[in-house]
Write a protein that binds this ligand. Structure first.
Ligand SMILES: O=c1ccn([C@@H]2O[C@H](COP(=O)(O)OP(=O)(O)O)[C@@H](O)[C@H]2O)c(=O)[nH]1
Length: 481
C-alpha cells in the first residue's frame, strides 16, 4: 500500500518459483521458417505454435502428445523437429536431447517492478515443447518513484537481474533475451524524466551478460498491454488451442491504468466502438480482432488521487485533499509516481458508501466507454488490483481465487464503507477502492450486477500478466496492428 511509502526501502516482497503444470504445454511448431542468422544475434527455438485449427472431431491422442484434455489436441500434421534450434549443451539440458530456452521479461509498472523468467523446454523428438516454469519476483516501488534519481531506479533492475543470473544457467545467458516494458507509471511522467529512467535501464542491461535485443527497453502502449494480457490468459486457460470463438475477456486494474480486452461476438460491438478501441493481431495463421482499451489515469492509485481532486493539482506543499471515502480521522501523506500528497478524511463531515460513490463517479462518468456486448455472457478474468482488493475485503480466498458477481463487489463496498473502523486496519483506502471498482464495473464498463468475474492471480501457476504474452510477441512477432 503506497501510503506507507516513507517506510519503503526497495525490497523483495515476493519470491517464488513454481512449475507450470502440464496444461501449459505448447503444441508443436509447424513449418518452422529457417532463420538467416545474423552475427551477434542469437537464434532460438521457435515459440511453438499455440493455435491450430481444431479438427471437428478429435482423433485419439497419439502417445507423442501429453494427454491433457482440452488443452492439447493432435496437430493435423506429423511433427518435424524445427531446424532453427541451436544445439543445447548437455549441461543445460535436464535430459539428454532436451532443448531449452529462456526469456526474461521485466514489467515496470506504476506500483512495482517485476521480473518474469520463463523457461521453455523442447523435448526431442516425441515430446512436445512445454512452458516449464516461471520465476517471478517483484520489488516496490515502481521505476517512476525514481524519476529524480534514475541511478537508484537502475539499481532495482540490477537487483532483479541477480535473480535472473541465478535462475538461468550460465551457458544460456548469452542467448537469453532481456526485455523491459514500462506501463502507466512512465506514461504519466514528463518525457525527459521517463527517458532518463529508460536510458539508465538500458545501461544496466548492457552491463549484464544477457542478450540485449534492439529496442529492449521501452514504454509499451496501452493497446499492446491489453492485447498481451489477453493472449496470456487465453493461452494459460487453453483457449488459444482450438479454432472455436470461445475465449475469455480480461480486466486488468493497475495502479496507473486499467485495461479491458475481449473478443467481440457481435459485429455491433465493433461498429459502435471508437475505431481506436478495435485492434488486430496475428497468432499463427489467424487474425484476431479484439475490443481493447487502456484508460490512463484510471488505475486504482491514480483514481484515488483523481477522486481526491489531487491529480495534477498545484499547492501540494500545503493543500490537504479530503474525501468521504476515507475514515474521518485518517490523515497521511501518500506518494504515487514519486509525488507526495497530503490526504485526509473529513473530520467533522460525513463518510459512507453513498457519498463515496458520488465522489468516485466523477472519475468515471463520461470517460469510460461501454462496449455494446459487455452485458452479454462472455467470461471475464479479472486480476491485478481486482484480485488484491477482493482478497483484502474477504470476498475470495487469496490462495484459491474464485468467481464473484459484480453485485458482490457492490455489497462488500457498502459494508466496508459503512463500517470503516472495522476495515481501517486492513487499509484506510479499502472503501474508496471497493467503491471505485464497483463504479468502474457498473457505471464504467456497464456490466450487469449478475456478471460473473473470475478472479485470479495465477492461472496454472503462472502470473496473469501481459508479460507472458509479451514474451511470445518477442519470440514470434504477433504483428499487432
Ligand atoms: O505479474 C504480475 C504483475 C502485476 N501484478 C499486480 O498487478 C498490479 C499492477 O499494477 P501496476 O503497478 O503494473 O500498474 P500499471 O502500471 O499497469 O497501471 C498490482 O496489483 C500487482 O501486484 C501481479 O499480480 N502479477
Amino acid at each position: 500500500t503506497y501510503y506507507r511509502h516513507h517506510r519503503y526501502i526497495p525490497h523483495f516482497y515476493r519470491y517464488r518459483e513454481h512449475s507450470a503444470n502440464t496444461e501449459n504445454l505448447l503444441p508443436e511448431v509447424s513449418n518452422p521458417v529457417p532463420e538467416v542468422s545474423q552475427p551477434g544475434v542469437p537464434t532460438y527455438p521457435e515459440i511453438p505454435e499455440v493455435f491450430h485449427p481444431a479438427p471437428e472431431v478429435l482423433p485419439p491422442i497419439p502417445e507423442a502428445f501429453h494427454p491433457v484434455p482440452e488443452v492439447v489436441h493432435p496437430a493435423p500434421e506429423p511433427y518435424h523437429p524445427p531446424e532453427v534450434y541451436q544445439p543445447v549443451s548437455e549441461a543445460s539440458s535436464p535430459v539428454n536431447m532436451s532443448r531449452l530456452f529462456y526469456g526474461i521479461m521485466f514489467d515496470a509498472g506504476s506500483t512495482g517492478t517485476r521480473i518474469h523468467i520463463y523457461k521453455f523446454i523442447q523435448k526431442d523428438p516425441v515430446e512436445l515443447p512445454v512452458l516449464d516454469n516461471e520465476m517471478y519476483h517483484a520489488v516496490k516501488p515502481g521505476l517512476s518513484a525514481y524519476k529524480d534519481n534514475p541511478e537508484e531506479g537502475g539499481n532495482t533492475i540490477r537487483q532483479l537481474l541477480k535473480i535472473a543470473k541465478k535462475t538461468v544457467p550460465e551457458e544460456e545467458w548469452r542467448r537469453t533475451p532481456v526485455v523491459l516494458k514500462a506501463t502507466a507509471g512512465l506514461r504519466l511522467l514528463p518525457e525527459d524524466k521517463a527517458n532518463a529512467l529508460l536510458k539508465e535501464v538500458r545501461d544496466v542491461f548492457d552491463e549484464s551478460p544477457f542478450f540485449v535485443p534492439n529496442n529492449s527497453v521501452s514504454i509499451m502502449n496501452g493497446t499492446n498491454e491489453g492485447i498481451l494480457a489477453w493472449v496470456t490468459v487465453n493461452f494459460l486457460t487453453g483457449h488459444l488451442y482450438s479454432n472455436t470463438r470461445r475465449t475469455v475477456g480480461i480486466l486488468d486494474l493497475g495502479g496507473g491504468s486499467t485495461q479491458i480486452t475481449f473478443l467481440p461476438k457481435s459485429r455491433k460491438t465493433i461498429q459502435s466502438a471508437p475505431p481506436s478501441y478495435i485492434a488486430r493481431f496475428n497468432l499463427f495463421n489467424h487474425t484476431y480482432q479484439l475490443y481493447t482499451h487502456s484508460y490512463l489515469g484510471n488505475g486504482l492509485y491514480a483514481a484515488r488521487l483523481a477522486t481526491l481532486g489531487a491529480l495534477g493539482a498545484d499547492g501540494l506543499d500545503w493543500k490537504i485533499f479530503t474525501s468521504s471515502c476515507l475514515p474521518k480521522k485518517f490523515r497521511e501523506d501518500v506518494t504515487f509516481g514519486g509525488t507526495t500528497y497530503k490526504v485526509s478524511g473529513i473530520p467533522d463531515g460525513y463518510a459512507g458508501y453513498k457519498l463515496c460513490y458520488y465522489e468516485v463517479m466523477k472519475v468515471i462518468k463520461g470517460i469510460v466507454h461501454q462496449p455494446y456486448e459487455v452485458k452479454g455472457s462472455s467470461i471475464f478474468y479479472a486480476f491485478s488490483y481486482y484480485f488484491d482488493r477482493a482478497v483484502e475485503s474477504g470476498l475470495i480466498d487469496g490462495s484459491r481465487g474464485g468467481a464473484v458477481e459484480v453485485r458482490d463487489f457492490k455489497k462488500r463496498a457498502k459494508e466496508v464503507c459503512n463500517k470503516m473502523t472495522k476495515y481501517r486496519a486492513i487499509s484506510p483506502f479499502l472503501c474508496m477502492d471497493m467503491t471505485y471498482i464497483t463504479c468502474l464495473l457498473k457505471e464504467g464498463f456497464g456490466f450487469k450486477d449478475s456478471t460473473v468475474l473470475q478472479l485470479a492471480k495465477k492461472v496454472n501457476n503462472v502470473e496473469t500478466s501481459w508479460a507472458l504474452g509479451a514474451t511470445f510477441d518477442y519470440f514470434r512477432n504477433l504483428n499487432i496492428h
